[in-house]
Design a protein around this ligand. Structure first.
Ligand code: S3P
Length: 428
């Protein structure tokens, strides 16, 4: 466990950062490279702990993956090229790895077992095991298939017609990956639009998938062809610097190479509504995942309401948006976000508990939180609780604090942003 004394009392942040690769897209680049035919080259891959767990799982499934300088070369031999692992597949802290890999393994005619860290052991897997079992996979796990360790004996799959009970890109993606191996056409219906990186990857790898009004159809038996993937920067990582730049006086930060997929840009919408001075420059809407540069400058901010269909478009940014709300005049209400309870930590509880320690006025509700601004933040000893996004949010909060701040469990940050502190220090 690493404790860090964080930088506090910062009166301006200025500079330029190139945001590291998107975590969701990095995971999928390894998975699709592994199930396609031929050599896939990935550039700007995120070498965060979560994505390294995905690489390690696919190596155990017999895939050759070469890594150098954030570049990958993956030699895929199709779904049928995956082989029975001799060891348990360890997903570490990564919910995306475990949920998506289950969709792939459900169709493979061999036995595999999945474990992860303490946080993964508390995260619900029924949302994936129930529909995959309906398709014909044999799966089990602790508490009747609800929690890790999970065992899978895959095989022939029936297509599925399934209305997703939760707005989850991980569940949707697991079913699409199983659907690609099923005998016939699967239909998956989303209750709210979630990140569509899996759908975009299928098209990029030469496959077909159809989407209309949140109804997704995918044919089984498609042969995917290797591709080249340039991973754009992660807007979820950029979010920490957007909030820092908006709330620390006299700041101006340029964030280069940020992914701007419209299923992920809820934070831009919210910050604009709150009065942030945020500009998108040089957008590239032509590549398979859009991207652009962002410029954020300090401004005065006001509270807002965040709810409904916007929630899945900023679900991972809610901890840092909560911090932003402490620096806005008036009340911010976040609702319809009960999914926060089943993230790396219960993010309603961890955000409220840790920000209160620093002097914020914030209350938990059943499906979100209510924040009263503007607060002067003080200091204290806080913890990431092993959750990377809570750790980074607290490091940004510390910049606004008048007294000393110590962060416990700081090592969690390497899950999604290994060079976070190098980037932060370059702006001070
Ligand atoms: C992800 C989907 C989201 C998100 C997670 C990454 C993905 O989870 O919170 O960090 O890569 O598909 P859910 O699908 O559980 O909402």
């Amino acid at each position: 466990m690493t404790s860090l004394n964080l930088k506090t009392n910062i009166n301006r942040l200025v500079g330029e950062i190139t945001i590291p690769g998107d975590k969701s897209i990095s995971h999928r680049s390894v998975m699709f490279g592994s199930i396609a035919h031929g050599e896939t080259r990935v550039t700007n891959f995120l070498p965060g702990d979560d994505c390294l767990s995905t690489i390690s799982c696919f190596r155990k499934l017999g895939v050759t993956i070469e890594e150098s300088d954030n570049e990958l070369r993956i030699t895929g031999k199709g779904f049928e090229g995956l082989t029975e692992p001799e060891e348990v597949l360890d997903v570490g802290n990564s919910g995306t790895t475990i949920r998506l890999i289950m969709g792939i393994l459900a169709g493979r005619p061999f036995f595999s077992s999945l474990i992860g860290d303490e946080s993964i052991g508390k995260r619900p897997m029924t949302r994936v095991t129930v529909p995959l079992k309906k398709m014909g996979a044999k799966m089990d796990g602790r508490k009747d298939g609800a929690f890790t360790p999970i065992s899978i004996r895959g095989g022939r799959l029936e297509p599925i017609h399934y209305e997703l009970p939760v707005a989850s890109a991980q569940v949707k993606s697991a079913l699409i990956l199983a659907g690609l191996q099923a005998e016939g056409k699967s239909t998956i219906i989303e209750q709210a639009e979630t990140r569509d990186h899996t759908e975009r990857m299928i098209l990029r790898f030469g496959g077909k998938i159809h989407k209309e009004n949140q109804v997704i159809t995918v044919e089984g038996g498609q042969r995917l062809k290797a591709s080249t993937i340039h991973v754009p920067g992660d807007i979820s990582s950029a979010a920490f610097f957007l909030v820092a730049g908006a709330s620390i006086p006299d700041s101006e930060i340029v964030l280069k190479n940020v992914g701007l997929n419209p299923t992920r840009t809820g934070i831009i919408e919210v910050m604009e509504k709150m009065g942030a001075n945020l500009k998108v420059v040089q957008p590239d809407g032509n590549s398979f995942e859009p991207s652009g540069d962002l410029i954020i400058k300090t401004s005065s901010l006001k509270g807002t309401i965040i709810e409904g269909e916007l929630i899945p478009k900023l679900i991972d940014e809610i901890p840092i948006i909560a911090l932003l709300a402490t620096q806005a005049e008036g009340t911010t209400i976040i609702k319809d976000a009960e999914e926060l309870k089943v993230k790396e930590t219960n993010r309603i509880d961890t955000v409220v508990q840790e920000l209160r320690k620093l002097g914020a006025s914030i209350d938990a509700t059943d499906d979100g939180m209510i924040i009263h601004g503007k607060s002067n933040l003080t200091g204290g000893t806080v913890s990431s609780h092993g959750d990377h996004r809570i750790g980074m949010m607290l490091a940004i909060a510390a910049l606004l604090c008048t007294d000393d701040v110590k962060l416990e469990n700081a090592e969690a940050i390497s899950v999604s942003y290994p060079n976070f502190f190098t980037h932060l220090n370059s702006l001070i």
